[in-house]
Structures are given as C-alpha cells and as structure tokens.
Design a protein around this ligand. Structure first.
Ligand code: ADP
Length: 276
C-alpha cells in the first residue's frame, strides 16, 4: 500500500546529514512510526535520476540487516523524501560518543560484526557496494539490532563536493586501493573496500577513537591519506583476544585481494562465538 506525505505527522528532527534532514514521523491512520529523510535535491535532472535509481535499488533490498526503505516521494518543491524504518537507538557513532571507550565489549562487538557482515553479505550477493560503511551509517534499535543505512544518497551527495576535506568523515574509512589512480577504476573488486571500512569501524568501536589518529586529534586529510596508503594497518593493543585481533587483521589487509570476504568473515572464529 502506498502512503502519501500528507498522511504523515512530524514528531521531531532526528538529525541532519549531508544535504538532508531526517525526521521521526507517525503515520496518522495506523500510528506506525517511521523515519523520513528529506533530501534537498539538486535541480540537475541527471542527479535526480541518479538518486531515484539508487533509491530504487534500496527499495528492493529486503534484509533484516539493512534499514528498510518503504517509499520514495517527490515533493512539490522538488525535494525528495525517503520513508524508512525507524531505528530508535540512533547510530553506533552516537552510542560510542555517549558511552566513550569501553562502551562495547568484545562480545557485543562480535554481535555487531556478525550483523553488519550479514548485511554486507546480502548487499554483495546482490552486487551492491555500500562504499560508506562507518559508525554513523550503522543504525541501532533498542533490541541491539544493527542495520546498514544510508547508501546511494550520501554517496551521490559527496560527488557534488569537490574538496575532499569537506567530507573527510567519509574519505577516512576508504581503503588504500581507493586512493590509487591505477586501481580505483576498472579492475578492482569494490566489495573488499566495504570490508576495510568494517575493520576500521570495529577498531574504532573498541578503541573509542578513529584509528590512524590519536584520540581527540582532528583529522587532517593529507596526514590521514598518507597513513592509510603508506603506513602499516592499525593493530589492536595488548589484552584483546586472539580471535578479535585476527578478525581485524583479516579485514585490514592492505592488499585487497588478501582481505577476507563477508561470507568468509561470517565463519571467522570471532563471529562464531556463542551469541549468548
Ligand atoms: P548522513 O547523510 O550524514 O549519513 P543521514 O541524513 O542519513 O546522515 O542521517 C542523519 C541522522 O539522522 C543520523 O545520524 C541518525 O541519527 C538519524 N537517522 C537517520 N536515519 C534514521 C532512521 N532510519 N531511524 C532513526 N534515525 C535515523
């Protein structure tokens, strides 16, 4: 059944993102709660078409590990609104910022990793590359269900920004090969870029700060890119389990062909730990 924007009542603003605002809304007839993302779309018809194409892909995805998109509306003023599943506990990024380091135990990280990997395994099997896996794009609900959000739109939005510094938050999780003019084109397997970003995400959730940078340091684009491309991949400190250390190493292989795939990582001993 289709819903119209008029049937929705705004409850509150949930957050602002790249080029858009997300609202908590209630469907008046059913009292069902949703999140509505309103993107101030560029009037460029090419870009609008691209957004719709990407949203159509998203609408067809059906996985408990990917935030479900119910409807896409084109508002009279030209803005595009996306009606999606409401996730009531925010993002992994906000949970980490509120809780600080120590928020996530290894066991909870194993649960989180397993869910993200199930989502990536689903997307990759459907030939979809997310390209922007990071704590702020992983939504959580009160049951500690973790779902992948925000692909397509933010990716396209980024392309319209020319200075990399204006979206360093996105570039920071990019794998070494994506900076390489020889490989980021034709013949690289883009799926493994998502695995690198997952490795950095898990590392950050455990440590409480982004790897490559000391806690609290503002990212400086050139330093960061040098560290990612020419430095050793970050490794966990003493005291973590062998399983967790090995898991991170499997994700953070600089050579993308050596990186494990989502389906391989789901069988890694770190993910195979008993759930409860
Ligand atoms: P960005 O474009 O920066 O990735 P978004 O515009 O997707 O961010 O989202 C902005 C904020 O809105 C998020 O950080 C999150 O707190 C909130 N949000 C987004 N989608 C949902 C959702 N489905 N349920 C609950 N909150 C959401």
């Amino acid at each position: 059944t289709t819903t119209t924007v008029a049937e929705l009542e705004t409850v509150q603003v949930l957050g602002h993102g790249n080029g858009g605002t997300v609202y908590k809304v209630v469907h008046k007839k059913t009292s069902n709660v949703f999140a509505l993302k309103v993107v101030h779309a560029d009037s460029d018809p090419m870009m609008r078409r691209q957004i719709f194409r990407e949203m159509e892909i998203l609408r067809r995805t059906d996985s408990p590990f990917v935030v479900h998109c119910h409807e896409i509306f084109e508002k009279p003023d030209g803005d595009i609104a996306i009606l999606m599943e409401y996730m009531d506990a925010g993002t992994l990024d906000s949970l980490l910022k509120n809780g600080g380091s120590g928020t996530f135990t290894e066991k909870s990280l194993a649960d989180i990793a397993r869910q993200i990997l199930n989502g990536l395994n689903y997307l990759h099997a459907h030939k979809i590359i997310h390209r922007d896996i990071k704590p702020a794009n992983l939504l959580v609900n009160k049951n500690m269900e973790v779902k992948i959000a925000d692909f397509g739109v933010s990716k396209i939005m980024c392309r319209t920004l020319d200075a990399c510094n204006s979206y360093v938050g996105t570039c920071a999780y990019m794998s070494p090969e994506r900076f390489d003019p020889d490989t980021h084109g034709a013949n690289y397997n883009g799926y493994s870029g998502d695995i690198w970003s997952l490795g950095l995400t898990m590392f950050e959730l455990y440590m409480g700060h982004f790897p490559f940078l000391p806690a609290g340091q503002k990212p400086d684009w050139a330093t960061l890119m040098c560290a990612i491309c020419f430095g050793e991949p970050p490794s966990l400190p003493e005291g973590v389990s062998d399983e967790f250390r090995s898991f991170i190493e499997c994700c953070l292989q600089k050579d993308s062909s050596k990186r494990w795939t989502a389906s391989q990582l789901l069988l890694h001993p770190f993910c195979k730990q008993p759930e409860n």
